[in-house]
Structure formats: structure tokens, C-alpha cells
Design a protein around this ligand. Structure first.
Ligand code: ZN
Length: 277
């Protein structure tokens, strides 16, 4: 099943067609409301009418527009840990992307300076919340998956001793997600990031050190997980600041982030402008 945010309303997607979830089934129309009622919604969706309305992909917003918690995991692929100069971690390294950074699948993101880097990631979306969820039960708490970009301003990220990641990864638009929330995912699906036409990151989801069930269990051992929470599960090797010479995003770049079976994001950039409300 593919669930999308189409102009702020939840929609079921089949191919190039959409079904408005509120009009057809009474859930939503806000995608957050659908996530709050995930069990009843999925039961209804199993026998929902076929999606029949053509839709404009430019209207796709973030599948989860207002998550209350956004978790992110550092160094979760061994080759990325090595390129960053660390041993693969024995425990998940968790930080937050503050929720105002969440954006949709076709965003134009303002660049706050000349050190903005890319990190393609699988994002797990929490359906039914919970505290102290066991690893065996964890996937029952996951609504589905989407593609994410953990955009990162490396100068701010490395300031301070020890450095603090969260602000540097939370500028407006620094959390592109989409294009849909998808309930099925192949375990060894490929995850790929292209800068313009060049493949800069490519790996298998099977290479993750801590898989989604373990992350759900470890996070929920501390925090109560809530419907719609996002878990950015870490990036593979190939980020810009570990290249020789380092490479960062410019206003001319187009960044394509893809997970096979989930779809792709296309993120564009613009130079920093004046203050905005
Ligand atoms: Zn990341």
C-alpha cells in the first residue's frame, strides 16, 4: 500500500492514480489523523475502492507532515563509519532532526552557506506508538517506509567539543521525505543518491548495522514512540565532506535520493536569502 500527502490530504496511490482517503473512507483528511488511526485505516484500506483520479505529483507533500519526534541514527553502515574515521558503533548513535526541518519530495531548499552535504537514508514511520517495544514486536509498530535526505551543514555540525549534530541537520527543508509512505519493503533493497547524474552513494539496506526492529526497540526503551514519528536510519558511504577534495551542494545541483520499491525524492537548492517569518 502507498499512502501519500496530496495537497495536505491523505491519498491512497496506485500507479498514477489517487484516491482521497477522507472522501472514500472518512479517515483524515489530514495524514496525521490517518496515522493516529492506523489499525482501523489499514483494515479499511484492504477493501477500499480502486484509486481512479489522475493526480499531479507536484502536489505531493511530506507523507508525515508534522511528526512529533524525528530520530536519526549516525554511522549505521560500516563503510560510512570508516570514511568518517570511526569504528562501527556497538550501540546506536542517536540524534534528532527538529521536526520543522521536514519537507516534501520535490523541495527547493535554501543553502545556509557553502558546507551543506547530502545523506540519503531509509526512513521508518511509526504507526502504533508504544514504550519498551520488544524487537520481535517492533515491526507491528511500523506503519511503513519512505525515502529521506538527512541534509547536514558540516561547519555547524563540527563546531564544539564534543560536537552536537542536531541543529546542523535542522535548517528549514533539511529533512526531505517521500514520495509516499509504503508498507512493503524488500530487505535487501538498494539505496542510492545521485548528485546531478553522478551516483555518489549506493548500498544495500541489508548492510545496516542496526536494522529497523532493533532501532524501534532501542529507541522505545527510552522514549515513548508516537504515531507518525520518523526514524532516519543512517546513511551509506559516499557523503561529500569525506571526498578528496570535499564536495558540497550548490544552488545549481539536483539531488536525487532513491530506495528501490519506495520511489525517489528530487531536491533542488537556492542561495540563502533575507530573513523570513
Ligand atoms: Zn544521517
Amino acid at each position: 500500500m502507498r499512502l501519500a500527502n496530496l495537497g495536505g490530504r491523505a491519498a491512497l496511490i496506485t500507479g498514477d492514480r489517487a484516491l482521497d482517503v477522507f472522501d472514500a473512507g472518512g479517515f483524515g483528511p489530514d495524514p496525521m489523523d490517518v496515522l493516529e488511526n492506523w489499525a482501523a485505516f489499514t483494515e479499511w484500506a484492504g477493501s477500499a475502492p480502486e484509486a481512479s483520479s489522475p493526480y499531479d505529483p507536484a502536489r505531493l507533500g511530506p507523507p508525515v507532515p508534522r511528526p512529533r519526534q524525528v530520530f536519526a541514527v549516525a554511522l549505521n553502515y560500516p563503510p560510512h563509519a570508516v570514511e568518517a574515521g570511526f569504528e562501527p558503533p556497538a550501540d546506536p548513535l542517536v540524534f534528532t532532526k527538529f521536526p520543522t526541518c521536514v519537507a516534501g519530495p520535490q523541495e527547493t531548499v535554501e543553502l545556509p552557506g557553502d558546507r551543506v552535504d547530502w545523506e540519503v537514508e531509509l526512513v521508518a514511520v511509526v504507526g502504533r506508538g508504544g514504550h519498551r517495544i520488544g524487537e520481535e514486536a517492533a515491526l507491528g509498530h511500523v506503519a511503513g517506509y519512505t525515502v529521506g535526505q538527512d541534509l547536514s551543514e558540516r561547519r555547524l555540525q563540527s563546531l564544539g567539543e564534543p560536537p552536537q549534530f542536531s541543529l546542523a541537520k535542522s535548517f528549514p527543508g533539511f529533512g526531505p521525505t517521500g514520495p509516499h509512505l509504503v508498507t512493503e519493503l524488500a530487505p535487501g533493497a538498494a539505496i542510492t543518491c545521485l548528485l546531478n547524474d553522478e551516483v555518489v552513494q549506493k548500498a544495500s539496506l541489508a548492510d545496516m548495522i542496526f536494522g529497523v526492529p532493533e532501532l524501534v526497540s532501542r529507541l522505545s526503551a527510552v522514549c515513548r514512540l508516537l504515531p507518525g514519528d520518523l526514524i532516519f536510519t543512517g546513511t551509506p558511504a559516499g557523503v561529500g565532506n569525506r571526498r578528496t577534495p570535499p564536495r558540497y551542494l550548490t544552488a545549481d545541483d539536483v539531488l536525487t535520493s532513491r530506495v528501490d520499491g519506495l520511489g525517489e525524492l528530487r531536491t533542488r537548492f537556492r542561495a540563502a536569502g533575507a530573513a523570513v517569518d
